[in-house]
Write a protein that binds this ligand. Structure first.
Ligand code: FMN
Length: 203
C-alpha cells in the first residue's frame, strides 16, 4: 500500500516520570503545545504506562540489532528511529533519570548494535536533521544537580544519531505542581517546543 510521507516534523515527547500530572509532565505538555503551534506532528508516550523491562545484557541483539524481549520497546524503537525531534522528560531521582527512563534508554542497546556493530543507519531517514532536548526538574538545589542525568541523555542521543540541543531544567521543584508557581518555566517550555519544531534549529 502506498502511504504518502508527511512533510511535517515529527516531535516525539517521552514522559519519564512515574508521577502522572507532575512537574515534568506539565513542562512536557507545554513543550509539545509549542511544537504543535509550529505545525509539527506531536506524538507523546508515557513510559510508566508502558511495559518496558530492563536490558538483560543477553547479547541477543548483537547479530541482528533486534531486541529479543517482546514488549512495548519493540514499537518504541521504531518511533525513536523515525522521530525528527525528541523531547525526553525525566525528573532527577538519586542524581540520575528515573528507573522508567533508564530502562528505556538501556533497551536502546539494540540500536547501539545497529550503529556500532552492524554499522547501519539508525535514522529511518538518514538525510534528515535529528535533534533532541532534555526536560528535567529536581527537588533540591544541589550543585551540579542535572549533570549526571544530562551525561546519560547525551550518550543516549549520540547512539540514536540525535544532536543535543540543550536542556530545560529547574531546581527546587519538589511538590507535584510546584512548577506552576515558577515565574517563567511553562512559558520557557512552550518556547522550547517552538524552537525544537523549527527546521533550522542549531545543534
Ligand atoms: C525516588 C526519588 C528520588 C529523588 N531523588 C532526587 C535527587 O537526587 N535530587 C533532587 O533534587 N530531587 C530528587 N527527588 C525529587 C524529585 O526530583 C522531585 O520531586 C520532582 O519534582 C519530581 O518530578 P515529577 O513531578 O515530574 O515527577 C527524588 C524523588 C524521588 C521520588
Amino acid at each position: 500500500m502506498y502511504e504518502a510521507k508527511s512533510s511535517k516534523l515529527m516531535v516525539l515527547g517521552i514522559a519519564g516520570s512515574p508521577r502522572r500530572g507532575g512537574n515534568t509532565d506539565l513542562l512536557l505538555n507545554q513543550l509539545m503545545d509549542g511544537a504543535l503551534s509550529q505545525g509539527a506532528e506531536a506524538k507523546q508516550v508515557i513510559l510508566s504506562e508502558l511495559s518496558i523491562s530492563p536490558c538483560r545484557h543477553c547479547d541477543g541483539c548483537l547479530k541482528t540489532g533486534k531486541c529479543v524481549i517482546d514488549d512495548d520497546m519493540q514499537w518504541l524503537h521504531m518511533n525513536l528511529r523515525q522521530a525528527d525531534r525528541i523531547a525526553l522528560a525525566s525528573p532527577v531521582f538519586f542524581m540520575g533519570v528515573t528507573a522508567q527512563t533508564k530502562a528505556m534508554i538501556d533497551r536502546c542497546q539494540a540500536i547501539w548494535v545497529i550503529k556500532y556493530v552492524l554499522k547501519l543507519p539508525v535514522a529511518m531517514d538518514p538525510g534528515k536533521l535529528r535533534q533532541g532536548m532534555f526536560v528535567s526538574v529536581g527537588g533540591t538545589r544541589s550543585r551540579n544537580l542535572f549533570q549526571p542525568a544530562i551525561a546519560t541523555v547525551k550518550s543516549w542521543f549520540k547512539t540514536l544519531d540525535i544532536g543535543y540541543s540543550g536542556e530545560l531544567a529547574f531546581s527546587g521543584i519538589d511538590e507535584r505542581d510546584a512548577i506552576l508557581h515558577h515565574p517563567t518555566a511553562l512559558k520557557e517550555a512552550f518556547a522550547a517546543g517552538q524552537r525544537l519544531a523549527t527546521a533550522d534549529l542549531a545543534g
